[in-house]
Write a protein that binds this ligand. Structure first.
Ligand code: SF4
Length: 121
């Protein structure tokens, strides 16, 4: 299930991966880390690991069930291109996006940069 978003450039979020690793000063005030901690305290099953990187295979098929076209913020609560996310899983995420082109998939600029860096590694 997608979550409705209050962010003006998106309609909903889709998080097949949650959690990340703080690696730079830019991560000090990470919104996703704060939200994950909050959701964990609220008892959200998806955030039972808090901000620890977690792959949610069970969320992969969610976009197939959304009939109304959405602007989807993909992985708002993580870095899809984190070094511990297997390329096979990233490939599955892109397959789902490709299969569901009624939706517009959006990434944060920092994640796009991470994608390029990981490809170059
Ligand atoms: S989601 Fe972004 S800001 Fe947050 S810890 Fe990961 S890389 Fe840093």
């Amino acid at each position: 299930m997608s979550l409705r978003s209050k962010i003006d450039w998106t309609d909903s979020t889709w998080n097949p991966v949650t959690g990340c690793t703080k690696t730079s000063e830019g991560c000090v005030n990470c919104y996703a880390a704060r939200m994950a901690s909050r959701l964990q305290k609220m008892g959200s099953a998806k955030y039972s690991n808090g901000f620890e990187l977690t792959i949610h295979e069970d969320c992969l098929d969610d976009p197939y069930s959304w009939k109304k076209p959405n602007r989807v913020f993909v992985n708002s609560m993580s870095d899809l291109f984190h070094e511990d996310v297997p390329f096979e899983f990233i490939s599955k995420v892109f397959q789902v996006m490709n299969d569901n082109q009624q939706h517009i998939s959006k990434f944060s600029p920092s994640v796009r940069k991470g994608f390029v860096l990981r490809l170059a590694a």
